[in-house]
Design a protein. Structure first.
Length: 725
């Protein structure tokens, strides 16, 4: 424990020593290094300030908890297509756990645990088995904030590893603005994005934005397509009372191949060779479609004297249709036919409706030498999901010489073939979740000392079929940070989480809520007068009532207790002479401490959780001379090995824990602001992005106990032309 913290302190000191000589020059260059080549319209909040940790806008350097920020200009500059790709650059995240096979969802782990996603501070729900799940297109986002560690004290339902809070683009107080861009790349990738807004009268702002995008997937026969449009209006801007309403509709007629690759032939050597990254184990007619619609309101009133009220709410609807055939395990005959694999079929129709509300009163006052910023809140979350589904058998397939068309894709649950001895009628499941919470927070300042106290009481109800479970829990957070005159801020914090789980246990009944607690200590440094920010943290998390779920039957087991601890370092620094860098390092150890259902798992890791990694990004944008307007950049991403559970050899039946190998990947970008070369072309930008530049073949994760693996995305190259005003 102390050795890990010492290592983090040493790395922080090295980075600090590297950055400090640049501080004086940076103070003069900071404004000029603010991504002048962006092709999107973003808000004015700097990335050194975040909302999510306290639900108030507080500098990250003064917040006693780890938080990372990605804004829309970074998403555009790096050519990112989804949240999963954006999280590649965040310490503590194991991103893209389903690789290139399942981009329909943003599947990742944070500090070793699955992390919920919030939109505008309101939770995004999912159906019981997860296919009716929201996914927000990056064209809708102004910024992404990653809050690390248990955050139940403010958010209620959240995991021990933290949460991701996406923030929508809202109307800006500008007379008229806009942007349009077009992108094309290999795999027939395309994007057309538009964004326009402005004032409609003295106190009315409006904004409309949308995107049409898609691509062929890496796997044969797969395509994805999306059309999304959003509109927002703010009434009363510039007055003490404002009201914003935001609507969105997204349609994904195709969501690619939600497939898997066999472990034997990818992670485990197969005498016949290595399975191609283009292999698809299903059928050409497989499909996955989804529709989403939402309506959000945000009401604000400033009472004056430091007191304000904010109320927000959202209704969300999601509908999904899925029909697939997939490889279901190892070879059908391990010795006689090691290249022929068994398959299964599945179809589902799912629907999700949820309502979320959050009401907050904030205020400021003094008691003697102490300055208080208080927050009082009450929120409510209600979600209803309905699912009709069925599993069935399928024909075998030769993974090295696939022949397709041996069976039709099930068009609906009723058309899925029957397993002998199992019900022929599709199963129907309804799930209802409700949670009511009240919370309070006090941020106390005394000179350089910042003390953060947060507490929350939750009442939750989970209903699955005829099973009903009631839970209540108090969660809290205590943090202290000290801001020194030179910008160094050491801190410590302790926080807890409470997460109801609407899942059926194999033993009957519903799972108990997951409980988490974390101790975190760290150091933050912001060079005075600049946006240079360096953060380092050591954390220790314990989670109890952990669920272990079978992805085939969806039955769950209350797995026991898990421990996660590690170190993280992040640095964001616009440097002199037009350089800019962003660095993220993490090293974590996640282990099962107790597991009644699977005692052999004790001492090993969690599925799809990596040991950490490092990302180092650097770009150069000269601010004068003949190359003004040019940006050249790139990064190296190293993802350490990922735990893949126990693999059972189909011939010897020996079972051993395995991990996916570590991978090092390189990305590059080249952009040019044509307006810098010719004023008549002001606002016009062209660029090229390439990820996995050297076309490395690698695995992102495996569930070896089911003989499933997922390949990472091979090299992609895309070109973009954009115009903003």
């Amino acid at each position: 424990m102390l050795r890990s913290f010492a290592r983090a302190s040493l790395l922080s000191g090295v980075a600090l020593a590297m950055l400090t000589p640049f501080a004086a020059a940076q103070a003069a260059d900071a404004a000029a290094a603010s991504n002048g080549d962006e092709i999107v319209v973003t808000g004015d909040k700097p990335v050194t300030v975040a909302l999510s940790a306290t639900k108030t806008n507080v500098p990250i350097a003064e917040t006693p908890q780890s938080i990372s920020v990605i804004d829309a200009s970074e998403v555009a500059k790096l050519g990112l297509q989804n949240l999963n790709q954006a999280l590649r650059y965040v310490a503590g995240v194991t991103p893209e756990t389903r690789g290139a096979d399942a981009e329909v969802y943003d599947q990742f782990t944070l500090r070793g645990f699955a992390a919920p996603v919030f939109l505008d501070g309101l939770k995004e729900f999912t159906s019981a088995t997860g296919y009716a799940q929201q996914q927000v297109d990056v064209s809708r986002l102004d910024r992404i904030e990653i809050l690390k560690g248990p955050s139940g004290a403010l958010y209620g339902q959240s995991g021990p590893g933290g949460l991701v809070n996406e923030q929508s683009k809202l109307p800006l107080d500008r007379s008229f603005y806009g942007a349009v861009s077009g992108t094309y790349g290999n795999y027939n990738l395309y994007r057309v994005d538009g964004d326009v807004g402005g004032r409609a009268g003295q106190n009315i702002l409006w904004r409309v934005y949308g995107s049409a995008n898609g691509a062929d997937t890496q796997q044969t026969y797969g395509t994805r397509a999306r059309q999304t449009v959003s509109g927002a209006v703010t009434l009363g801007t510039g007055t003490p009372t404002s009201f914003t309403i935001l609507g969105n509709y997204s349609h994904d007629p195709r969501n690619g191949d939600y497939g898997v690759d066999p472990a034997l032939g990818t992670l485990i050597a197969n005498p016949a060779g290595t399975i191609s990254t283009h292999f698809y184990g299903g059928e050409p007619g497989d499909f996955f479609s989804r529709s989403q619609a939402s309506l959000t309101y945000i009401f604000k009133h400033d009472f004056g004297s430091g007191w304000a009220f904010r109320s927000s709410g959202r209704y969300q609807y999601v509908h999904s249709d899925l029909g697939i055939v997939y490889t279901s395990g190892g070879p059908a005959e391990a010795i006689a036919a090691p290249t022929v694999y068994s398959r299964a079929s599945y179809a589902t129709r799912e629907q999700l409706n949820d309502w979320t509300f959050d009401n907050q009163l904030t205020g400021q006052f003094d008691t003697g030498p102490l300055h208080h910023t208080v927050l009082l809140g009450v929120d409510r979350q209600v979600a209803h999901s309905a699912e009709l589904y069925k599993f069935g058998p399928a024909t075998n397939i030769d993974v090295f010489d696939p022949v397709y068309g041996t069976m039709p894709t099930p068009a609906n649950p009723a058309s899925v073939p029957d397993y002998p001895g199992f019900p022929a009628v599709p199963a129907f499941v309804e799930t209802h979740t409700r949670q009511q919470g009240i919370y309070a927070q006090d941020q106390i300042s005394l000179g350089g000392l910042r003390l953060l106290l947060s507490g929350r009481q939750d009442w939750a109800r989970q209903t699955l079929a005829t099973e009903i479970q009631h839970n209540q829990k108090f969660t809290y957070r205590v943090g202290a940070l000290y801001v020194t005159p030179i910008g160094l801020s050491p801190y410590v914090s302790y926080s807890t989480s409470f997460e109801p789980q609407a899942q059926q246990l194999a033993s009957g009944g519903l799972a108990d809520p997951s409980l988490g607690k974390q101790f975190e200590a760290g150091l933050k440094y912001q060079v005075p007068g600049t946006p240079i920010l360096l953060t380092g943290a050591w954390f220790h998390i314990d989670q109890t009532n952990v669920l272990s779920s079978n992805p085939i039957t969806f039955l769950a087991f209350q797995a026991g207790k898990v421990r996660s601890r590690g170190v993280e370092i992040e640095a964001t620094a616009p440097l002199p002479y037009g350089f800019s860098t962003k660095i993220a390092f993490s090293r974590q150890a996640v282990k099962v401490l107790e597991d009644v259902a699977q005692p052999a798992a004790v001492g090993h890791g969690l599925d799809s959780v990596g040991r950490g990694g490092v990302t180092a990004y650097l770009d150069w944008s000269p601010k004068s001379g003949r190359l003004e307007g040019l940006t050249v950049g790139g990064d190296v991403r190293h993802v350490d090995s990922v735990y893949a559970d126990f693999y059972t050899d189909p011939v010897t039946l020996a079972s051993n824990p395995v991990r996916t190998p570590a991978a090092t990947l390189f990305d590059a970008l080249l952009r040019f602001d044509l307006g810098a070369a010719n004023p008549r072309l002001k606002g016009l930008t062209v660029g090229i992005n390439s990820t996995n530049l050297f076309d490395k073949k690698y695995l992102t994760s495996c569930l070896a106990q089911y003989s499933w693996c997922w390949y990472g995305q091979r090299r992609t190259v895309q070109g973009t032309i954009g115009f903003s005003w």
